[in-house]
Design a protein around this ligand. Structure first.
Ligand code: CA
Length: 131
């Protein structure tokens, strides 16, 4: 399973990349929304982990662009959101995020939610006759 991580905090990005790699995922990391959108448009990811608070194009704008992209329209998006940003969480879900995890989060919770989303995506794909 191939994941794209869009997170601007280098330490958190590195920590997640390493941890998710140990969980058996292939992880590409983008440190901002522009790079994230570019990578998502040229690669096929099973799931995208998206920080809600990014410099430049913020997470919600990245989400909107992902939902409009041919390549990423159906890709599950898990948002990372600060506990205080209730409005952002609501807007994220309205904007098409599949789930979110509140920062600071337990790594095990993130992994569990990733697995739930991937299972759900596989289930909906199974009926679609995709090879
Ligand atoms: Ca951030």
């Amino acid at each position: 399973m191939k994941l794209l991580l869009v997170e601007d905090e280098p330490k958190l990005s590195e920590y997640l990349r390493k941890g998710l790699g140990e969980e058996g995922f292939v992880v590409d990391a983008a440190l901002n929304g522009v790079d994230g959108l570019h990578m998502a448009s040229v690669n096929d990811y099973d799931l995208i982990i998206l920080d809600g608070n990014l410099p430049g194009i913020d997470g919600l704008a990245v989400l909107a662009a992902l939902r409009q992209g041919q390549q990423t329209r159906q890709t599950p998006v898990l948002m990372l959101t600060a506990r205080v940003q209730v409005e952002d969480r609501v807007r994220g879900l309205q904007g098409g995020a599949d789930d979110y995890v509140l920062k600071p989060f337990a790594f095990s919770e993130l992994v569990a939610r990733i697995h739930v989303l991937l299972r759900r995506a596989q289930g909906s794909r199974a009926g679609g006759g995709e090879a």
